[in-house]
Design a protein around this ligand. Structure first.
Ligand SMILES: [Zn+2]
Length: 199
């Protein structure tokens, strides 16, 4: 299968969940820490599941996780864990719920030292994909290679979210994602976009 996520979304406007995400969020830089945290949690929750399932449940996630308020999630109690484990609107997976809480705590630590999650990402940028994965594995939990590269592509730290032929590519370029701010003598070859699981 050689169809890219862009090809799929542009050919399937009726898949409004994927199409809207592709057109308005995927690859666009995120300034807000809570939104960055949300994207990381959603990517973690996708592991082993289809992206559209996560998109369909994104609203429920936001509600269940206090709009991804990092401090609130970092301070979740056993009671909160049980509430989340029993919430059929999200993904009831103990490890994924635990990862959201632990990673919120990790982000709070990063904020102490770097001011914000965003600052920490900016300070480390640019790194190669492998270096990012190493750093994320050292810093967070449940952050394997696929999750980290998707998170960083989707937030503009790694190139390759959109193909250059995609109409959204130019929109994203206007928003100046981090990967475009790196000036290298040799052209960076975009990594091959991952094909998000189509429904
Ligand atoms: Zn695209």
């Amino acid at each position: 299968m050689s169809q890219t996520y862009c090809d799929y979304c542009n050919a399937h406007p009726e898949d409004t969940f994927n199409k809207t995400y592709h057109d308005t969020q995927y690859g666009f830089p995120i300034e807000d820490d809570h939104e960055l945290f949300e994207r990381l949690v959603l990517e973690i929750n996708q592991a082993g599941l289809s992206w559209i399932l996560i998109l369909k449940r994104a609203k429920n996630f936001r509600k269940a996780f206090d709009k991804f308020n990092i401090k609130k999630v970092a301070n979740y109690t056993e009671e909160d864990r049980n509430r989340l484990l029993n919430d059929a609107g999200i993904i009831r997976n103990r490890l994924k719920i635990n990862a959201a809480i632990v990673n919120a705590q990790k982000i709070l630590e990063l904020k102490k030292e770097h001011g914000s999650f965003k600052n920490w990402l900016d300070k480390n940028h640019p790194l190669s994909k492998d270096e990012w994965v190493k750093l994320f594995k050292k810093t967070f939990v449940f952050t394997g290679g696929e999750i980290v590269s998707e998170f960083l592509m989707s937030t503009g730290y790694l190139s390759g979210a959109h193909t250059e032929a995609c109409p959204i590519f130019r929109k994203v370029a206007k928003a100046r994602p981090a990967w475009m701010r790196v000036h290298k003598s040799s052209r960076v070859t975009p990594s091959k976009p991952k094909i998000k699981s189509a429904p």
